[in-house]
Design a protein around this ligand. Sequence first.
Ligand SMILES: Cc1cc2nc3c(=O)[nH]c(=O)nc-3n(C[C@H](O)[C@H](O)[C@H](O)COP(=O)(O)O)c2cc1C
Ligand code: SF4
Length: 602
Amino acid sequence: MSELSAPGAQTLDAILTAYGHSPTQLVQILREVQGAQHHIPPAAQAHIASALGLPIGQVQAVVAFYAFFHEQPMGRYRVLFSDNITDRMLGSQALFEHMLGRLKLRADEVSADGAVSVGLASCTGMCDQGPAMLVNNRAITRLTPRRVDEICELIRSAVPLADWPSYYFKVEDNIRRADVLLGAQWVPGEALRAAIARGPTGLLSEMKVSNLRGRGGAGFTTAVKWEAARVAEGSARYVVCNADEGEPGTFKDRVLLQSFAGHVFEGMTIAAYAIGAQRGFLYLRGEYTYLLPALQAHLAGLRHSRLLGASICGVPGFDFDIEIHVGAGAYVCGEETALIESLEGKPGRPRIRPPFPVTHGYLGQPTVVNNVETLCKVLEIATHGGAHYAGLGTKQSTGTKILSVAGDVERPGLYEYPFGVRINQVLEDCGARNPQAVQISGAAGMCLSAREFGRRISFEDVPTAGSFMVFGPQRDMFEVARNFAHFFAHESCGFCTPCRVGTTVVANIMDKIANGHGTQYEMNELGHLADVIKGSAHCGLGTAACNAVVETVEKFRPAYEQRLKRMDFEPAFDLDAALAPTRALSGRDDAGAHLAQDMEPH
Ligand SMILES: Cc1cc2nc3c(=O)[nH]c(=O)nc-3n(C[C@H](O)[C@H](O)[C@H](O)COP(=O)(O)O)c2cc1C
Ligand code: SF4
């Protein structure tokens, strides 16, 4: 292992000092090192391990786990194109190839001068303004060939990112329909004071009456979670805001964090008041690092106004503060126990449950994890009471839901509706023309065909964490499912074999079908693998990984069948095609120089 240079060691020591030499800050420390040095070489890992008193294996495991960490240099400009299906529908693949061509690079290759590398990332959460890319974790949206050319020129001329045109980095909110959350007047501290006036138990009663359910996907009743954490035994309690928002097609939390950060932090503070927590974390996905300075400034303002810190609002003993942790490109870290592992400075692998975070969460203490939108909703309940809140929506799905609408629509963006809205209504409002399908709740969600557009967004019918991707009649639903299959193969954390191996095999089978080598055998295998993975996966990623494949096979079967070459079996490897260069060399291309094409039994 090569030695660290003196400036390298100084940079590391400054970063370690800024994070208090705390092992729980390992992901943050590595993120800073990656940013400063464009990679985290083995010598730096050893230095960090020794400074934090950690086994070197733990630091190596964390570096290996997160997509944004690299042991080898990745280019001073690290370009990543968002590879969600909606970016592809907007032409991202052609732009990716265009950029590689302009820079004379292959995917993920580092240029000879070490200046640049270009690769792909899972959905970057900019689906309403794609195609999008990240450059050193800064999002650039609405890419065109011309903008890609300009970016190549800036890179060639080594212009620092800070000097690139500021309009490149503009991220729009695109709020198209506002209801009680996105449209309400908000006075900082008002909801918090209302919560304090109710007292922790009074507030919890209102939360119960409201029947607020989590907006992160599972729809768990928030009051039950808070109550459990409040009564659990522990020496400290924690509130965690899950801002990992990695589900393809979802971007509502991005807008809430960008334009409603006060709501988010106040919701966390109210949760802390209810359960008796003194420390909170906002876990921000790495793709949203651009929001960090504004969020930090917002927290400083809250401390200044005594809405955070010691004796909040003048209440003795009500002490609470919030730290922001930034993720490093792992979708699975949105799963609450994986998120807690990451907060503790470890690879983000889901824990075995029970015990649940409400009793054994961060550092083994009672912890409430809530989605960004859930925490924003708390303000309405604290201010107006639970019954008022429950007056909107349906019986089991009270209040409103924010949808992130993207794909083949005229007006992509955020739409807030009372729960119970029909899919048809949303499609009409966003300007979808003759859609054939809507993928609800992301790659892990449900694929609805036109016959099902009368169904309602609600926990009773079509539950969703927020993603609403629309596919017009020209779209190939097989390719949609193939994109999602690759997403899961890429994001599987590898902890359990059926998910680690199975998601890759599913993606390979989808490629085999796409390449014209699919048969009924592969169709059967897809169904078989989906059952195995779903039945044995340790966490929700694996459980949901084959949903899109299974549903598109069921509802859009012709998209698969038209690609099937034959009905028995066809090897994925095409030996005849592989022999083409040899035939060219020997100058023979007659029938006898080819392998038999028709091997069907006669
Ligand atoms: C693979 C996976 C990814 C997830 N990603 C997120 C996420 O990005 N944001 C989120 O709030 N919940 C996510 N969840 C759900 C969380 O585990 C958890 O249920 C949620 O944060 C609880 O908050 P809520 O009760 O307010 O919904 C994910 C779950 C799984 C299995
Ligand atoms: S199901 Fe997949 S993502 Fe979840 S723990 Fe197992 S390997 Fe990891």
